[in-house]
Design a protein around this ligand. Structure first.
Ligand code: ATP
Length: 452
């Protein structure tokens, strides 16, 4: 069962150190959130799992990490300067500003007035000045997506890795959008992270690769603990497609606030490399692109049989890290009755995503022998390298279990006086709450087997 409300998730996130309102002590800034000690681990685990599945477990994708600050030329030829905007209306009564496409019955969500201004486009990109003089003439954008840096590095990656089609370039990183109405916790924010793959294919093979990536990405989310019942594929209608897209399928998730996009998988045709290449006229580019006289580089590959050059097509699975974290938290959150009088909140995260893999708890916090023994177990399990292992030295076993259930720690190990006699420890499983005593050899095996 998913959490009932977004508020329950927000409350758990604050209480247990997953996510905080950014700039909180000065009243907060809308649409900005900070990840706390548990949140950063969960988010890193999700990103690492994506990275592993894209790069380590395949042999046709390379990774990059490019800059956030982006030259206006990149976002001019990509079409963002002209098209990356939302239609905005102002409420004449309460003066609030809204995205026109998100209004219900053209009514102000704040005061219910129908007295709204005509829609005006509003560019969503953040700008900042660059260089010593801040006179507005030298500026860069904070990238609104990670994709563009992949396209402009296409030739660099191709030449330095000896790749041939089909192959992909993947990147995880921050993106910034000046959303007019940020809302629903970390679902729609102004600073977020994306996990984007640009997969380059021969024209004509794009449709089959698009289908492949839709299936593969859907399956990946299920492996992260998302249930099929709350996941669906949505064909984006032709008149709602982005300017670059030949076809887009969105992976829609039933968030606590409603069904919305978790990831988009677009067939971007030859729009991107066609937009950024030099000598555009030398190629038969299908997409509707802007004329580019500034690019210094040919972003094309050679057909060795025909000896001709062509612009590859691009399939793009683009996922939001923050929306992924929210969906995963929603799936994992459970309130369970333990017996007649007691209940517990437990995050049944997939073990590979858990912020803490294992907590080692000495029965008494002031007993040096117990604490040192626990420290040694922590050290040896930490060395295995499967994620964070924590020493939980609170001296209260019940409270420790409750805390680790709420942050989704799969295994708790208790060191007690029997341990000092025969080296066995009590191991408690998060989901079943079953306990067993294991000797050091068994413990190492149990721990390793749990996560691999
Ligand atoms: P939406 O229609 O919800 O605004 P989008 O179609 O503009 O999303 P894309 O440009 O396709 O989104 O971006 C790819 C992914 O980046 C989205 O599927 C989403 O997971 C994430 N994303 C986009 N905008 C935001 C945002 N403001 N906050 C958090 N994540 C976002």
């Amino acid at each position: 069962m998913p959490s009932k409300t977004l508020e329950e998730l927000v409350s758990l996130c604050k209480r247990r150190g997953f996510i905080f309102q950014s700039n909180d002590i000065y009243g907060g800034v809308k649409g900005l959130y900070d990840y706390g000690p548990m949140g950063i681990e969960l988010k890193n685990n999700l990103k690492q799992t994506w990275w592993k599945s894209m790069i380590y477990e395949r042999d046709d994708i390379e990774g990059i990490d490019a800059n956030i600050l982006t030259s206006p030329e990149v976002l001019k030829f990509s079409g963002h300067e002209d098209t990356f905007s939302d239609p905005l209306v102002d409420c004449k009564n309460c003066k609030n500003r809204w995205r026109e496409d998100q209004l219900i019955n053209n009514t102000c969500p704040n005061c219910n007035s129908k007295e709204l201004t005509n829609p005006r486009p509003f560019n969503l990109m953040f700008k900042t000045s660059i260089g010593p003089v801040d006179d507005g003439s030298s500026f860069v954008y904070l990238r609104p997506e990670t994709a563009q840096q992949i396209f402009i590095n296409f030739k660099n990656v191709l030449d330095s890795t000896n790749r041939s089609l089909p192959f992909g370039i993947a990147q995880i990183g921050k993106a910034f959008r000046n959303e007019i109405t940020p809302r629903n916790f970390i679902f729609r924010v102004r600073e977020f992270e994306q996990m984007e793959l640009e997969f380059f294919v021969e024209p004509g093979k794009d449709a089959e690769w698009h289908k492949y990536w839709i299936d593969s990405r859907y399956q990946w989310w299920i492996e992260q603990g998302i249930s099929k019942e709350r996941l669906e594929l949505l064909e984006v209608e032709k008149d709602s497609l982005s300017h670059y897209s030949k076809r887009t399928v969105d992976i829609i998730y039933s968030f606590p606030h409603g069904k919305e996009e978790l990831e988009g998988i677009a067939n971007r045709s030859d729009f991107d490399l066609g937009s950024h290449t030099k000598n555009q006229k030398d190629f038969s580019i299908c997409a509707n692109i802007n004329k580019n006289t500034k690019s210094t580089t040919k972003l094309a590959v050679q057909n060795l049989e025909k000896k001709s050059w062509f612009i590859p097509y691009v399939i793009e699975p683009s996922a939001g890290v923050d929306r992924g974290v929210l969906a995963i938290l929603n799936e994992a959150y459970k309130e369970e009755k333990i017996d007649n009088n007691n209940s517990r909140i437990v995050l049944s995260l997939k073990p590979h995503l858990s912020p803490i893999k294992c907590a080692v708890i000495p029965l008494k916090r002031n007993n040096l022998e117990l604490v040192n023994y626990a420290k040694n177990i922590k050290k040896s399990l930490q060395k295995i390298g499967l994620g964070r292992v924590a020493l939980e030295n609170s001296g209260n076993i019940g409270k420790s279990y409750r805390r680790h259930d709420e942050i989704g720690t799969p295994i708790c190990i208790t060191v007690d006086f029997e341990t000092l006699e025969n080296k066995t420890v009590t191991v408690r499983d998060r989901d079943t709450m079953k306990q067993q005593r294991l000797n050091p050899e068994e413990l190492k095996k149990y721990y390793t087997k749990y996560f691999i």
